[in-house]
Ligand binder design. Structure first.
Ligand code: 8DG
Ligand code: MN
Ligand code: MN
Length: 379
């Protein structure tokens, strides 16, 4: 009987937004392998392949126990020939030859190191590699022109490649909260991104800010940034209008409100006083750059987003992630419901109108989906 249960096939719905994916993953060996191939595809600007591997990994993350045999995977969605080959290799041989050779490849290693610099994307890294730049030393020696983001990224390379802990996120949250209420009393701040999904570490900290009175949030971001800057909290910042590619998905973009929706990519200076006794992990650096230890502060990537209250639920849903969960929500909306979802609005193409929502629950209901709480959006 136990045997039968073991080979019983798994069953999961095909969109990640129809599934509950907690942080408890019973198949990390398989999902790490597929995620590495996804990352490699993304770094090589093969986004289609990247998404395919991400979807395959997400299906395995949703399984209630470890995969023991290929027969259990029969009928599962999103597992293409390539992903199945990788899984089979690991189940039979303990490792995937493709994953192992990718990990060892000079190109992958160079892409990882170079895109590990804040402000450096796959295209820039590829160009540098073609110019013979494979590591930070070669980058410093050959000195290509760096923009402001990249200069800051290089300067804080070691700090920014250290995971951010929840306690660091909370310490930064207190500072941002203080800044928010100083520049606009009554404004609210919410932790979004991975930490809202319950992750214990992150690559950055993400915050969403709004005011309960529509319109009062206008002009908030520059004031907030000035306050933080004047107090010496920002090592770098770039404020932009939100230009997330809503256009890809149709008209889910109320034109009149667009310019109110701002974001700021920043590098925060988190000092010992803010951390209040939480200990900075001392680290060794392999990169020939200055070690991060012995200074009383660390650099942390922080993303700030300001949304008008009328769009708050959409912004909250859109910025909580995971990235794949978001992508799947938009795919579900478009393909299954003929709707366009963005982090500003939801448009119903059949009724030719925007669907209002003041909570995430209402958005899931509009989409005909069961509500999935943030802690179960870890696809
Ligand atoms: P991590 O930082 O712990 O690595 O994970 P994360 O918090 O899930 O990832 P993130 O890169 O910080 O992204 C958080 C969410 O924000 C994710 O769902 C994707 C979303 N997001 C961006 N950029 C943009 C954007 O330009 N517009 C919108 N609407 N969402 C975005 O990363
Ligand atoms: Mn994040
Ligand atoms: Mn972020």
């Amino acid at each position: 009987q136990g045997n039968e249960a073991e080979v019983a096939a798994f069953s999961v719905p095909s969109y990640a937004c129809q599934r509950r994916t907690t942080l408890e993953n019973h198949n990390t060996v398989l999902t790490d392998a597929l995620s590495l191939l996804a990352e490699n595809a993304e770094l090589s600007e093969e986004d289609g392949r990247g998404v395919a591997f991400r979807r395959a990994a997400a299906v395995l993350k949703a399984l209630p126990k470890p995969v023991a045999s290929m027969t259990q995977l029969r009928g599962l969605p999103c597992l293409g020939e390539h992903s199945l080959r990788v899984i089979k290799d690991i189940l039979e041989n303990g490792a995937s030859s493709e994953v192992e050779s990718t990990k060892q490849s000079e190109r992958y290693k160079a892409l990882k190191v170079l895109t590990g610099i804040f402000g450096v994307g796959a295209r820039t890294a590829d160009r540098w590699i073609r110019d013979g730049i494979h590591n930070l030393r070669q980058l410093q020696d050959s000195g290509p022109t760096l923009n402001r983001a990249q200069q800051a990224g290089l300067e804080h390379y070691d700090d920014l490649n250290q995971p951010v802990s929840k306690s660091d996120a909370d310490a930064i949250g207190e500072v941002v909260e203080k800044a928010v209420v100083s520049v606009l009393p009554g404004a609210h701040m919410t932790l979004i991104g991975g930490f809202r999904r319950g992750k214990l570490t992150g690559h950055d900290v993400d915050f969403l800010i709004t005011h309960p009175e529509e319109g009062r949030e206008v002009g908030l971001m520059p004031k907030l940034v000035s306050w933080l800057e004047s107090q010496g909290f920002l090592l770098y910042q770039k404020t932009t209008r939100n230009s997330y590619l809503e256009s890809k998905d149709g008209p889910a973009r109320p034109a009149s409100n667009m310019d109110r929706f701002e974001r700021c990519f920043s590098i925060f200076k988190l000092t010992k006083e803010e951390k209040r006794g939480t200990k900075h992990p001392e680290t060794l650096t392999e990169n020939g750059t200055k070690p991060a230890g012995h200074k009383p502060w660390r650099a942390v990537r922080v993303d700030l987003v300001v949304s008008p209250i009328s769009q708050f639920a959409f912004a909250l849903l859109g910025w909580t992630g995971s990235k794949l969960f978001e992508r799947e929500l938009r795919r579900w909306a478009g393909h299954e419901k003929s709707m366009s979802l963005s982090s500003h609005a939801l448009y119903d193409n059949r009724q030719s109108k925007y669907l209002r929502a003041t909570s995430e629950e209402e958005i899931f209901a509009h989409l005909g989906l069961e509500f999935v709480p943030p802690s179960e959006r870890n696809a």
